[in-house]
Design a protein around this ligand. Sequence first.
Ligand SMILES: CC(C)(COP(=O)(O)OP(=O)(O)OC[C@H]1O[C@@H](n2cnc3c(N)ncnc32)[C@H](O)[C@@H]1OP(=O)(O)O)[C@@H](O)C(=O)NCCC(=O)NCCS
Length: 193
Amino acid sequence: MEILPLTGEPLKAALPALAELRIAVFREWPYLYEGTLEYEAKYLEKFAAANDAFIVAAKDKDKIVGVATASPLLGHADAFAKPFAEKGYDPAKVFYFGESVLRPEYRGRGIGHAFFDAREKHARAIGKFEIVSFCGVVRDAADPRKPKDYWPLDGFWNKRGFHKAEGLSAEFDWKEIGGKEVNHTMQFWIKPL
Ligand SMILES: CC(C)(COP(=O)(O)OP(=O)(O)OC[C@H]1O[C@@H](n2cnc3c(N)ncnc32)[C@H](O)[C@@H]1OP(=O)(O)O)[C@@H](O)C(=O)NCCC(=O)NCCS
């Protein structure tokens, strides 16, 4: 396995793999996202155009099997920066971790940790960020769609030094499996750099 930090052209070359991984992995609980390559292409084009955009990819031989992304919060939807400003944070000082998506058969081997290490290192190297952050979807614990063997990531995130930022959330719509557009609350987690 190789863990590869990517920026510039190599980052752009990894976008189709990232789109496929997002669609495959986010179909699972808790996201249940009915992704399309068309939406992904638009979303990822915007991500790749941001200054300081960063990807860390996990490669098995020639195949990308996992990817994590990061870029400045201000390059994302306004709905993401607004709650930070309202809570007294300077959105320009926040480096945002967009997603971590790893094929299930590669999980539990430390790649998730490597994804955080690489993104935090990149954020520190840029030198202008004070906080790293990501968000996770809020789901009802009693939702019948939740798989019995689902392992929540909260403990992992706490161990990485992140905490749930109370009152810091955004609303985001996406099409769930089955085709209905659904509004979701996204809870932000933060960590001082
Ligand atoms: C998030 C994700 C990339 C983590 O990847 P990973 O490579 O499995 O993580 P690691 O192997 O580094 O494990 C991290 C920690 O969680 C623990 N862990 C991971 N999966 C576990 C499971 N199913 N059961 C018990 N513990 C588990 C590991 O033991 C490790 O704990 P440790 O630090 O005490 O050793 C992966 O789970 C994933 O792609 N999930 C689906 C997408 C998602 O929800 N992404 C996050 C939001 S964008």
